[in-house]
Design a protein around this ligand. Structure first.
Ligand code: ZN
Length: 92
């Protein structure tokens, strides 16, 4: 399926999802049932940095094939501080 854009002269633009390669040059407007002509616009692509593109690709890939780990990944150790309420307790 692909999204095709049509422009009704009375109602404005609207999108229609059709099988690829089957979009007619005109389509019935869903609002006024008039004839709308097909318009061509730029695809939904954007220029992104390499880092953002790599993160996006990794995010997309994790939906289908998430990375499976057998142990907790090494990271920074967070110093454990005692709970503040414990400091108010009497000391032996
Ligand atoms: Zn219309």
């Amino acid at each position: 399926m692909a999204t095709y854009e049509y422009l009704c002269s009375r109602c404005g633009p609207f999108d229609v999802k059709l099988a690829i390669g089957t979009a007619p040059t005109s389509h019935g407007c869903p609002v006024c049932t008039g004839t709308a002509r097909r318009v061509y616009s730029s695809p939904g692509l954007a220029l992104t940095s390499h880092t953002v593109a790599a993160l996006h690709e990794r995010d997309e890939r994790s939906r289908e094939a998430p990375a499976v780990v057998s142990e907790v990944p090494p990271g920074r150790s967070v110093p454990r501080r005692p709970h503040p309420a414990l400091s108010r307790l009497p000391r032996p």
